[in-house]
Every structure is written in structure tokens, then in C-alpha cells.
Design a protein around this ligand. Structure first.
Ligand code: FAD
Length: 524
């Protein structure tokens, strides 16, 4: 069978599952089953150390490398066909063109990558990686398409690469390899997105719009819109995208509009940071680690930003609290608006979410939370849930929190209000232990510490703090037993995440690592 045909079939099955999985819960179980299979496979192979580093390029999991590799091989084979290669230049032109379209099409299936991540039960980072891979592959196909067309002169002439048109063959190979090199090495080196996020988002949008216009004009000039077969596919695709966008719009509007009221965000300045209390028009059930995308048009007209919920309640919630670190753009504008008024302000907000975090706390005996800086925000919700609704078998949890430069007023508020409240909820006591590595030496005290709240010196050392085999830490009185399961939740900077991964890969304990969508210090 023609590899191009196989590729097309697989591609559409993948896209179909993406859309349906959101609305048919059976796919939820299929995907969970596959993920489970993958995790067990990884544990069995024990060879993931190099692939899972955060530091250089990555992090790459074995799954992402295999998936990415197969995807690229499928694309190249979609053009070249089976060995021995006998593809003509006009075949190659057609195939690169169709493959470019196939890769571009799913990129428009959603307004926001968070919806894709939620539908596929993957992390925001993974959905971003898939988006990037498909986009770059499409660009490679476009470059190859144009280059072969130019190099082969009259592309309707059936020239075999193996016979004469060596130049077009080598040029297309160069294009196919140059794209990934530019995409994966040069663009990340520029770090445009990290330094100027809004600028790079607009740049991305403008490039996308011009690309789509270019493709449309090209297809029109080639007369493809007059071909009934091609038009049929375009109509099907148009229908699928429209349906998907309508469903997302319904969810989005449902979250924002109830009667005539929109969500309201009451913002107050705490030191340099901002605490946002979002009042939603409807009550919703929230899971710890979930985040909302918040748009405050009065503060910044054209941008929305993700923030993680810092509260949890057994009941459905209408009021959600966020803790916002001041950076250089929107967050700085918000803080300076509040600073000028010297009071808390109420803004009309438009939100999407809750997105992300399907972390199952069930079946774990110990939970270890590791956070740096503002990474503590989602942990507050996890701790509250574990204390208010402990699952059967749950014994203890520990929070290891390190900060170097944290707003001192906010610190007082978190420690005095949140931690005190959590320690009060810790009844029967000693299910909770908090280790704070305070490099600013403020060391605010809490009431009722009772050997549950510590300020150790120095930095967290994974061997001492996180000795999974012998019971996680010296501060834990209970010792882990062979069958105890440990959940490790991380929202921390790169080197800590690397250390934790390494520790978990080399442990004999049954430890599961979950990295949250929010990782502080610009480590998106
Ligand atoms: C899932 C998720 C949850 C988050 N939760 C929190 C939280 O609870 N508290 C908190 O203080 N911060 C959180 N953040 C980070 C927060 O979104 C950014 O700090 C904020 O958007 C910065 O806005 P800015 O214009 O001031 O940033 P800038 O100073 O312009 O940029 C600083 C960095 O913020 C990131 N960023 C900027 N704009 C966006 C955007 N629209 N979308 C995504 N990232 C962006 C970029 O990495 C950029 O390098 C979260 C991020 C993500 C992805």
C-alpha cells in the first residue's frame, strides 16, 4: 500500500480521536490505559536517564522521542515511498504539498492549546511540543515543495530522481533536514518567547496569517478548488474545525456568561505581588493544580495569562484565589495600576478554564511536594485537599519549599494565613510536614508548629530530604514499607526537577512523579 495513503489514514484517525476524546468519555479510559502501558514500559526498561534531562534541550521522554521519530520518518516516507526509491519530481511536489496541508490542518482545530491538552489528557507542555512539531514539519514540506518545484523546472515532466534530477533530490533532502535544525536549535537559542512573550505571540500570529493566505492563493492558482475530490476534503475539514470551534466557544461562553454578569476579579497588592480573587458567574468543581487563563481588558487589552488556583474546597466553588508574581509585562501593569490607586480594585474579567492537572491522589501512601518560589501556589490547594479529603491508606505528606527572592509581605501572608490554616486542619496531627528553605532568613513563625514546620539551613538536598526508600526525610517518623506508594509533585526550577527525576529513576520505591503545568522561573 502507498505509504502516503497509510500516513493519511493514521493522521485522520489521530485527529478524530483528538476531537472525540473531549466528548466521549470512553477515550479517556483508552488514553489512560495507553499512558499506563507506557509508564510501566518505561519502568521495565530503566533507560530513560538521558532522555529525561531538563537542562539542555528538552525534557524529552522516551515516548516523545519515539513518537517524534516515527512522525518524522512517516513524513519522509510519505514523500519518498518504499525502497527502492522511484519517486518522480512531480510526485514529490504533489506529496510535499499534500503533506504540508495535512500537517497544518490540525493546528487550527482549537483557539487555545490548553483545550487540546485537556482533550488528549496530556500536559500543556506536551501539547505545545506537538503543535511545534507539526508546524515545523509543515514548514519543511513547504520549503521542499517550493525547492523541488524550482529545481525541477517543469514539474509536470516525469523525471526520476534516480536517473537525472540529482539536484532536486539533494535539495529536498537539505530542506527536510534544514527545517528541523532551524526549528529545534536556532529558534530556541534566540529565546525570543521567553524574553518577549507578547511580541513573539504576535509575530507567530502574523506569520500564520500570511502562511494561510499564501497557501490559499497557491491552491487557487493551481485550480485545486475546482476539483471535486479536493473540495470534498476541504468541506469535511471545514466542518470538523467549525464543529470543534463551536463546541469550544460554547464551553467558553458558558464559563463567562450567566445572565448579564461576567466574572469579576478583585485584585489587591501584597508587597510586590498581586492576589486575585476571581468571582465566577457559576459554581464549579476545581481540582488542585488546575489553572485559568485570565483576561483583564482594563489592564491589558490584547493578552490573556494563565494562573493556577491556590484554593480547594469540597464544595463547588464560585470564588477562586490566584497568587500572581510580578514580571515585566501584564503582571507589572496590574501591580502598578493597583499601586497608583493604593487600594484593591475590581475588574471585569474574561476567563477560560479550568484547564490542566488530572493528578489522581488516590492509592498513594505518601505525597511529597517540591516547590521553588511561586511554585508553592498550586501546592496550597493539594495540601488542603489531602487534609480535608484524605484517601484510604494515605499517611503523610511533606512540602519542601525553597525560595531565594520572595516577596516578604506575601511570605508573611502565606505562612501566617495559609500554613497556619493547614496546620489547624491537620487533625489528627502529623499528617503534614512543611520544610521551608528560606534564603532570605525572614523565618516567620507559625502557631502550633509542633514538629511539623521547619526552617532547615542551606538548600534542599535530595538525598537527605527525599530519601524515598527510607521514608522520604528524617523528619518523617513513619518509614516507608516495601509496598508503599509515593507521589511526588513538582513545581520547581530546572535543576531541582532534574535532581528529582534522577532520584526517582534510581529509586527502588514505588514513586510516581508529576510535574505541574506551572513551573516557575520561566521554565515553560
Ligand atoms: C499553566 C501555567 C500556570 C501559571 N500559574 C501561575 C501562577 O499561579 N502564579 C504566577 O505568578 N504565575 C503563573 N504562571 C506564569 C504566568 O502566566 C506568567 O508569569 C505571566 O503570564 C507573566 O505575564 P507578563 O506579561 O507579566 O510576563 P512577561 O514579563 O512579559 O514574561 C515573563 C514570562 O512569562 C511567560 N508568559 C508571559 N505571557 C504569557 C502568556 N500569555 N501565557 C503563558 N506564559 C506567559 C513567559 O514565559 C515569559 O518568559 C503560570 C504559567 C502557566 C503556563
Amino acid at each position: 500500500m502507498d505509504p502516503f495513503f497509510i500516513y493519511t489514514i493514521c493522521f485522520y484517525i489521530g485527529v478524530g480521536i483528538t476531537i472525540l476524546s473531549k466528548f466521549l468519555s470512553i477515550f479517556h479510559w483508552i488514553i489512560l490505559f495507553l499512558l499506563n502501558l507506557y509508564c510501566n514500559g518505561l519502568q521495565w526498561m530503566k533507560c530513560t536517564f538521558l532522555l529525561r534531562r531538563h537542562g539542555c534541550i528538552g525534557p524529552w521522554s522516551l515516548f516523545s522521542v519515539v513518537f517524534g521519530g516515527l512522525y518524522l520518518v512517516a513524513n519522509v516516507m510519505g514523500i519518498l515511498g518504499w525502497w527502492p526509491l522511484s519517486v518522480t519530481s512531480s510526485d514529490a511536489i504533489k506529496r510535499t504539498g499534500y503533506l504540508a496541508l495535512l500537517n497544518i490542518m490540525p493546528l487550527f482545530i482549537s483557539f487555545d492549546l490548553s483545550y487540546i491538552a485537556d482533550s488528549l489528557y496530556i500536559s500543556l507542555r506536551a501539547s505545545r511540543d506537538i503543535h511545534r512539531l507539526a508546524g515545523l514539519t509543515a514548514i519543511c514540506h513547504i520549503i521542499a515543495h517550493l525547492t523541488i518545484m524550482l529545481a525541477s523546472g517543469d514539474y509536470s515532466q516525469n523525471t526520476k530522481w534516480t536517473d537525472d534530477s540529482y539536484i532536486s533530490k539533494y535539495l529536498s533532502i537539505i530542506c527536510l533536514t534544514a527545517g528541523p535544525i532551524i526549528g529545534f536549535i536556532i529558534i530556541p537559542l534566540l529565546q525570543l518567547r521567553r524574553k518577549h512573550y507578547e511580541l513573539s505571540s504576535w509575530f507567530h500570529l502574523i506569520l500564520t496569517a500570511s502562511l494561510v493566505t499564501g497557501i490559499f492563493l497557491h491552491l487557487q492558482s493551481e485550480g485545486l478548488f475546482k476539483q471535486a475530490g479536493f473540495l470534498r476534503y476541504i468541506y469535511i475539514y471545514g466542518g470538523v474545525v467549525t464543529l470543534s470551534l463551536i463546541l469550544q466557544a460554547i464551553v467558553f461562553l458558558g464559563r463567562n456568561i450567566r445572565g448579564l454578569s461576567l466574572p469579576k476579579a478583585r485584585c489587591r497588592l501584597v508587597g510586590d505581588s498581586v492576589v486575585v480573587n476571581l468571582e465566577l458567574p457559576t459554581e464549579i468543581k476545581l481540582r488542585p493544580g488546575q489553572y485559568f487563563r485570565i483576561w483583564l481588558p482594563r489592564v491589558q487589552l490584547m493578552s490573556s495569562h494563565p494562573f493556577t488556583v491556590s484554593t480547594w474546597s469540597e464544595q463547588r466553588q464560585r470564588n477562586v484565589r490566584f497568587i500572581v508574581e510580578q514580571r515585566r509585562g501584564f503582571t507589572q501593569e496590574l501591580a502598578s495600576t493597583l499601586d497608583k490607586k493604593q487600594e484593591s480594585l475590581k475588574f471585569t474579567a474574561i476567563v477560560s478554564g479550568p484547564h490542566g492537572a488530572r493528578i489522581c491522589l488516590r492509592n498513594f501512601h505518601y505525597v511529597v511536594m517540591i516547590a521553588t518560589g511561586y511554585g508553592v501556589v498550586p501546592m496550597l490547594a493539594f495540601m488542603k485537599k489531602l487534609l480535608c479529603r484524605p484517601y484510604r491508606g494515605f499517611r503523610r505528606m511533606i512540602l519542601i519549599w525553597e525560595y531565594f527572592d520572595f516577596d516578604s509581605d506575601l511570605l508573611e501572608e502565606i505562612i501566617k494565613a495559609d500554613f497556619n490554616n493547614l496546620l489547624t486542619l491537620d487533625n489528627p496531627p502529623k499528617r503534614l510536614c512543611i520544610c521551608v528553605y528560606d534564603h532570605m532568613h525572614h523565618n516567620p513563625r507559625v502557631v502550633g508548629e509542633n514538629n511539623r514546620f521547619f526552617y532547615p539551613e542551606g538548600s534542599p538536598k535530595m538525598d537527605e530530604n527525599f530519601n524515598v526508600e527510607t521514608g522520604l526525610t528524617s523528619t518523617f517518623e513513619n518509614r516507608c514499607e516495601a509496598n508503599d506508594k509515593v507521589l511526588v509533585i513538582v513545581s520547581a526550577k530546572l535543576n531541582i526537577r532534574d535532581e528529582v527525576r534522577l532520584k526517582i529513576q534510581n529509586t527502588t520505591a514505588k514513586a510516581t512523579l508529576k510535574e505541574l503545568d506551572y513551573q516557575p522561573y520561566g521554565a515553560l
